[in-house]
Ligand binder design. Structure first.
Ligand code: NAD
Length: 491
């Protein structure tokens, strides 16, 4: 049994209540570790430690803070293989993906914000010859960070890095479903010599440690990534406390292929958009709209590609798609396949557990075959609700206006992709899509400087680059009146 511990004030400690949760390996369905079921007492200890660390940490020059973050990034890179393996076992995602995406990105997040904070600047406004205004940006204090299970270390560091780089101290609550790499990160922080209390990590359930963090009166900022229902609950607690809140939530992202697109590229990229990480990516292209003229050809090739994906043991290098995070989530995804059938959808491939369930150690894992569904109206539940699994719908469209209406026709607005070789169309459609990110002829091509986040029920606020540094700092304007020259000055 691998025991995970909280990281509070530089120490690795068990939960004060003595409560523990099981940590399950999704590929086997077996409990392989224990996670602290922390509560308000642990959060209180972590907040106190973060408060004690704040004065010194916040007054360090940005370059000094950057040095710690860079050193931590170096350690993450040095431990890449161990971290990737831990992430794969904890989440069910293919080891190859954790190695190529999750862990390198965690190191990049730290490096990016370490240097971004050095270059961060603020504004000044000159009021004619009467006054000079300048804006100070000071860290907010103890920042609360809450992260989901689909990209555990990647998304945790995406929040921790800007918070720390801009001088805040942090109490983080990783997901209880995949907490292992957060625990390993704590160990790397100790090796790096990060001052005690600068980063604290409290494990546990959302309703326990998570809720205690959100309602804590001395945590003025909460940065959350997770589901829209949870985001709404957090907003309702944080609003009367006047906390600053950033919410990154769910998506039901359209992927639009025009007849003039490079077909090979559009098929290959749409397969990645639909099935990478078992479709458990908020940015997944789960609604595929294909122009009528090429619909049949496209779908034939897309389905053939989906059938070729190897579903198997995440630790096997040949695996394209691993296990879903939990039995409950697997059942939720399978439930949506029933809904699809009831709504009149035609299952073109997949539609349940894979035909050849991975054998041996993965016999009881939470696997679902890559599934493509046709024939559902854009207004169906399956086309409106986030499934967060390896399930994609395909729908033909006739015109730009029609597809833009369908693409924008959900409550979400996180990301969209469009494929075309027509430059004018690319700009025109991108402008009309109601989504925080639009990818043209690509998917998940990320530049960490750009604003990242969602419209509508996908998010409040933006992360990335200066947006994140602004979120974690409080602007204060200083207005200096220009004193008229005195007679002595003139002399
Ligand atoms: P979730 O909302 O169930 O949990 C996310 C985190 O919030 C977990 O750490 C959980 O313990 C915590 N939590 C739950 N209830 C809480 C409460 N009442 N108070 C405080 N914290 C609470 O989400 P999940 O199932 O872990 O992740 C999947 C969801 O995350 C999907 O909807 C996906 O779209 C979304 N997501 C969004 C983005 C983005 O950038 N927009 C990125 C990744 C995932």
């Amino acid at each position: 049994m691998r025991e995970i511990l909280n990281f509070i004030d530089g120490g690795l400690v068990p939960p004060l209540s003595g409560g523990w949760l099981d940590n399950v390996e999704p590929a086997t369905g077996r409990v392989y570790g224990m996670v602290p079921d922390s509560d308000a007492q642990d959060v209180e200890a972590a907040v106190r430690a973060a408060e004690r660390a704040f004065p010194t940490w916040s007054r360090l020059p940005a370059e000094e803070r950057a040095r710690f973050l860079m050193a931590l990034a170096d350690r993450i890179e040095a431990a890449r293989e161990d971290l990737a393996r831990a992430e794969s076992i904890d989440t069910g995602k293919p080891l190859a993906l954790a190695r190529s995406l999750d862990i390198p990105r965690a190191a990049s997040n730290l490096r990016f914000f370490a240097t971004a904070a050095i270059h961060f600047h603020s504004e000044s406004h000159s009021t004619g010859d009467r006054a000079l205004n300048y804006t100070l940006r000071r860290p907010r204090g103890v920042a609360g960070v809450i992260a989901p299970w689909n990209l555990p270390l990647y998304l945790l560091t995406w929040k921790i890095a800007p918070a720390l780089a801009s001088g805040n101290t942090v109490v983080a609550k990783p997901t209880e479903l995949a907490p292992m790499t957060a625990f390993l990160l704590a160990q790397l922080c100790r090796e790096t010599g990060l001052p005690n209390g600068v980063l604290n990590i409290v494990h546990g359930r959302g309703a326990g440690a998570g809720a205690a963090l959100v309602s804590h009166p001395r945590v003025p900022a909460i940065s959350f990534t997770g589901g829209t229902v949870t985001g709404s609950a957090i907003a309702s607690v944080a609003a009367p406390l006047f906390k600053k809140v950033a919410l990154e939530m769910g998506g039901k992202n359209p992927n639009i292929v025009f007849a003039d697109a490079d077909l090979d590229h559009a098929v290959a990229t749409s397969l990645k958009a639909a099935f990478t990480n078992q479709g458990e990516i908020c940015l997944a292209g789960s609604r595929l709209f294909v122009e009528e003229r090429i619909f049949e050809t496209f779908v034939e090739r897309f389905v053939a590609g989906a059938r070729r994906l190897v579903v198997g043991d995440p630790l096997d290098e040949r695996t394209d798609q691993g296990a879903l995070i939990s039995a409950a989530h697997r059942d939720k995804v399978l439930g949506y396949l029933d809904v699809a059938r009831q709504e009149g959808g035609r299952i073109l491939c997949g539609g349940g557990p894979p035909d050849s369930i991975p054998s041996g150690r993965c016999r009881d894992g939470f696997f679902v075959a890559p599934t493509v569904i046709a024939g559902l109206p854009p207004t169906s539940r399956v086309n409106r609700e986030e499934i967060f699994g390896p399930v994609v719908t395909v729908t033909p469209f006739k015109s730009e206006d029609e597809v833009i209406g369908w693409a924008n026709g959900t409550e979400y607005g996180l990301a969209a992709s469009l494929f075309t070789t027509h430059l004018g169309r690319a700009h025109r459609v991108a402008e009309r899509l109601a989504s925080g990110t639009v990818w043209v002829n690509c998917w998940l091509l990320r530049d960490l400087r750009v604003p990242f986040g969602g419209m509508k029920r996908s998010g409040v606020g933006r992360e990335g680059g200066e947006e994140a540094l602004r979120f974690f700092t409080e602007p204060k304007n200083v207005c200096v009146q220009m004193v008229p020259d005195s007679p002595t000055d003139k002399a």
